[in-house]
Design a protein around this ligand. Structure first.
Ligand SMILES: Nc1ncnc2c1ncn2[C@@H]1O[C@H](COP(=O)(O)OP(=O)(O)O)[C@@H](O)[C@H]1O
Ligand SMILES: [Mg+2]
Length: 612
């Protein structure tokens, strides 16, 4: 990522931090306890060098064995207290951290699901999943890891410095004077590490995207059919190689920091013994051996935390990058959501009205995220041309309207406005006289059933897939709809019947079986309105015959909008609407339109596959 992104993120730091803190608010009691334990641990860990000093300067020269034993007990006691406190501390940080991860994940997951379908067509699944995995964890680390670390180090350094200065200020001053030697390079390296980690996250997401796309059945199939395994491996290797390279860079930069820290620490320790020893030799009354040893021990406790503190800002900023990446998704506007005063559509009768509908796909900006889109991100940022122009159409409850027209005429787009996959640009779509934008999305979804060309099934049992339409459906219900959809016999013949697992995207079923299963699913939902979008286009004649029979059942007693490519389907329609470049060119019954000798007559001859 470039400098611009870096600058931008720095500007955002404060807002991001404030929002992150907002998320942590529910945990502030436990966070307080966590900080309290850190203070306790730091205070207790400062004791051992003092006890050791007493052993060297007091108990040993005095020959006081009893005091020696007490000091021993003290050292052991400190060990125990530190162990217990550190367990409690870890429990708090883990429970806060994991719950925060849970909050963030659920929030992201919900938000993503409320994005319009256009968002999913543009977004790379892999990048999105990375946000829900890695970045959420990074955000959690920011809170418990980085914040905890800063408090821990700050307390530790303060206590250690106070004790050291009290013990012997001259030696302490000399030891601490080495500090600037270290702080400046530590900051530089820290910044570099931050940049590397950000770049690493991006590269990881790219690699994940390649995998999620290819490991999908459809993706894997494409790779095989085109015999592109070697090239795929090569592309993947390139991405993975960049991840590997940045890993080495990160490791080396981190180690450079660590090594120089060790070096300065060793220098300081040596210096303490040199100056302390000098003082002991010169004037024994001034400073004793035990004090020198204690100071030597403290110095080693000082440099690690100090080094980390010098980087605290950078650490926090790095951690905030994760929060920022999470917020970025959460902040995406949701153009299609329930209006504040949305009403429930109860007992729909199924009148569908297009009232002078104009539609074009809106510009992508707003409800999309360039960083989730990969190489195609720059394209298509403008609103499309008009896809639908002044569509005026009223479908009476229970009537069947067939939509015909050339490919690209706007048939799918028109039908997608009914379940509100998109919102009209001008005009309105109404169900039972209510503008769909005034109804709750859930009740619209209940009222409208869609059967498309390529229905999706989840990797789960047939029963679970069917019950997706109605979780409380009984087994008898399942059989009833499966019979109606002409799929029951097929299911019953499977080894596990309704408990048979369908593969990812239902690959163990044929196209026609999948189609009939999806029809059964819609039947179970029992919607007042059904949209069929070329539901039989991909099927062979035998499957089609079954699917047609299933569809007849589905359409019975419901309002239907049928996009058909078979004359046989169209002939039965109450009204045929011919779309041409987004406009209604003709409408009428089969006989009327044929007699008119217009576009329909031409389509009927050339494009609609005649069966009867
Ligand atoms: N997401 C989109 N963004 C911009 N244009 C689109 C989008 N989806 C479809 N289109 C365009 O809208 C037009 C109508 O498409 P569609 O409704 O699928 O036609 P049909 O179903 O009649 O074949 C086509 O020109 C198509 O290229
Ligand atoms: Mg279409």
């Amino acid at each position: 990522m470039g400098d611009a992104a870096e600058l931008r993120s720095r500007g955002l730091d404060r807002t991001v931090a404030r929002r992150a803190w907002g998320l942590a608010r529910p945990y502030r009691r436990r966070l307080l306890g966590f900080v309290g334990l850190i203070v306790l641990a730091a205070a207790v860990s400062a004791a051992p060098p003092l006890l050791i000093r007493e052993i060297i300067d007091g108990a040993i020269p005095d020959g006081d064995r009893q005091q020696l034993v007490w000091l021993f007990v003290g050292l052991v006691g400190v060990g125990f207290v530190v162990a217990v406190v550190s367990m409690a501390e870890r429990w708090l940080s883990a429970s806060i951290g994991e719950e925060l991860i849970l909050d963030l994940r659920t929030m992201l997951y919900r938000h993503v699901h409320t994005m319009p379908i256009a968002f999913f067509t543009r977004t790379q699944t892999g990048s999105l999943i990375t946000r829900l995995n890695n970045d959420v964890i990074g955000a959690q680390r920011a809170l418990t890891g980085t914040l905890g670390g800063i408090v821990d180090n700050l307390i530790g350094v303060t206590i250690t410095l106070i004790v050291m200065f009290t013990l012997e200020w001259r030696v302490t001053l000399i030891a601490v004077s080495l500090l600037p030697l270290f702080i400046v390079p530590a900051r530089v390296v820290g910044r570099r590490l931050q940049a590397l980690s950000r770049e690493g996250m991006g590269l990881n997401a790219e690699m994940n995207t390649v995998m999620t796309e290819r490991f999908h059945v459809a993706g894997a199939l494409l790779v095989k059919l085109f015999g592109r395994i070697d090239r795929e491996v090569e592309t993947f290797h390139d991405k993975a190689e960049r991840v590997a390279a940045i890993g080495v860079k990160q490791a080396m930069t981190g180690r450079a920091l660590f090594a120089s820290l060790g070096l300065v620490g060793a220098l300081a320790t040596a210096l303490v013994y040199l100056v302390g020893g000098w003082l002991v030799i010169g004037d024994a009354a001034d400073i004793q051996i035990g004090t020198v040893v204690a100071l030597g021990l403290y110095v080693t406790q000082l440099y690690g935390p100090l080094a980390q503190l010098s980087n605290a800002r950078v650490d926090l900023m790095t951690a905030l990058v994760s929060f920022e990446r999470v917020f970025e998704v959460v902040d995406l506007p949701r153009p299609i959501e329930d209006a504040p005063d949305a009403v429930e559509l109860t007992h729909p009768v199924g009148r569908v009205t297009f009232d002078h509908v104009w539609f074009r796909f809106p510009a992508a900006s707003g409800s999309h995220l360039v960083s989730l889109e990969g190489p195609t991100a720059e394209h298509g940022d403008d609103a499309s041309d008009w896809i639908l122009r002044d569509i005026d159409l009223d479908i009476a409850p229970g009537a069947m309207v067939a939509l015909v027209g050339r490919s690209g005429a706007g048939k799918s787009t028109l039908s997608s406005l009914v379940p509100r996959l998109h919102d009209v640009t001008e005009g309105a779509v109404l169900i039972d006289g209510h503008d769909v934008r005034d109804l709750t999305l859930a009740s619209v979804a209940d009222a409208v059933g869609v059967v498309s060309q390529d229905p999706h099934l989840f990797h789960d049992s047939i029963a679970v897939n069917l019950r997706y339409a109605r979780p409380d459906a009984s087994d008898a219900d399942l059989v009833r709809v499966a019979r109606a959809a002409r799929i029951h016999d097929t299911i019953a013949a499977l080894p596990d019947g309704y408990d048979t697992i369908v593969g990812e995207r239902g690959y163990r079923l044929s196209g026609g079986e999948k189609q009939r299963l999806s029809i059964a699913r819609v039947l179970l939902k029992d919607p007042a309105i059904v949209v069929l979008d070329e539901a039989t286009a991909h099927l062979d004649t035998e499957s089609e015959r079954l699917v047609q029979a299933a569809l007849k059942e589905t359409l019975h007693g419901r309002t239907s909008l049928v996009i058909a490519h078979r004359l046989s389907t169209v002939v039965d329609a109450d009204q045929i609407v011919v779309l041409d470049a987004g406009r209604i060119a003709e409408r009428g019954t089969h006989t009327e339109l044929l007699a008119a000798g217009g576009l329909y007559a031409e389509l009927a001859r050339t494009q609609l596959v005649g069966v009867g």
